[in-house]
Write a protein that binds this ligand. Sequence first.
Ligand SMILES: Cc1cc2nc3c(=O)[nH]c(=O)nc-3n(C[C@H](O)[C@H](O)[C@H](O)COP(=O)(O)OP(=O)(O)OC[C@H]3O[C@@H](n4cnc5c(N)ncnc54)[C@H](O)[C@@H]3O)c2cc1C
Length: 395
Amino acid sequence: MDFDDTPAERAFRTEVQAWLDQHVEPRYRTGAASIGIANVDNDSYGAECRAWQRRLFDGGWAGLTWSTDHGGRGAGIMEQLIFSQEQARFSVPVGLFLVAVNMVGPTLIVHGTEDQRKEHLRPILRGDEVWCQLFSEPNAGSDLTSLQTRAVRDGDVYVVNGQKVWTSYAQHAEWAILLARTGHPESGRLGITYLLCDMSMPGIEVRPLRQITGTAHFNEVFLTDVRIPVTDVVGEVDGGWTVARTTLGSERAMIGGLVNTLAIFDDLVALARQRVSNADPVVRQDLTRVFTNARLLEFLGYRLQTSLSQGRMPGPEASVLKMMLSLQLQLIGSLGVRLEGASGALWSEFDGDHAVWQHRLCDQFAVRLGGGPDEVQRNIVAERVLGLPREPASS
Ligand SMILES: Cc1cc2nc3c(=O)[nH]c(=O)nc-3n(C[C@H](O)[C@H](O)[C@H](O)COP(=O)(O)OP(=O)(O)OC[C@H]3O[C@@H](n4cnc5c(N)ncnc54)[C@H](O)[C@@H]3O)c2cc1C
């Protein structure tokens, strides 16, 4: 694989850099893009995310690979990759649109009806629709096919009852993708339907859950007699698992590519220079590991993008990428706090760097679990890459 830009790609990169340099506000120019540090549960963060998405849309940078009919640019995967790389140099607020742009859009493009695409794709890109993902339940996380939320047909609607949990950004969302059981209780993956759910409908209650980092990134969502039109079914009734696999593959790829850890490496080096002797061999060794991992993540990202550019959905390579990012964030968080020495134990917005390393240390658990825990990714790699025997299926 050739890692250098072609002349056309170089020209595109220059154009992107010029646009970002002109449009990224000074407050987003500090440090690398990072998840977990933003206070996602306040209204100003919501407004900032919507404003940034709208700015991307107006500038012609939203949905680079989506067709122009849907408000995108009709560009190739390399342009998308270049744009993401350049945008990751800044801490622009993208959080609230991660689900909509990276998971809902790609799923509707593959499985949605023309009406569903018309109704949602352009509003997503314009920053008008925040989406959340109503998949996980108290008793269905890794083993998602055992979900119990029920959808029963009543004329032109499905009546939905159940409880979801860990729903990121539900407190901000206008719409949700929802998995519900339409088959009999033991029907496993063969009795699940994928629905689009308007979050303003009666019967939906959102309760934020506060995390160790102090923010409420995710929520519990209770659904009581929620009436969803049959036109909001995506794919086949009882065939929602096929649709969900597209969403879940996109989620892993998205999470794996979320953080530019090379930029965080630079911050770690600066911290090390400030706090410890250059000659400390253990610190030097850990910094080398962070750098090596960051480069590996970069190359794994290229591999994933290559398969996407060849029209293949993210497969086990997305699991490898996500696992690698988990390991990397674990290392970064613990090294950062260790380098701070005694002040690493402080947790206050008034300490010099706003507890960035403490946040990173605590927030790495989110990446290790969200989108499926490390152990489940290892199972996927064991079965689909190494050819080891399959885990016994629950259904
Ligand atoms: C930050 C964050 C955001 C999230 N956002 C959303 C969202 O927006 N929407 C949504 O629907 N869900 C969301 N989730 C939920 C996420 O998808 C689940 O946490 C994940 O699927 C794991 O499910 P669980 O938490 O029920 O853990 P469980 O499935 O109960 O697993 C707990 C532990 O058991 C072990 N384990 C489980 N199964 C296996 C196995 N087969 N082999 C080996 N070990 C196993 C692992 O150690 C695992 O960590 C989010 C989670 C996090 C952390």
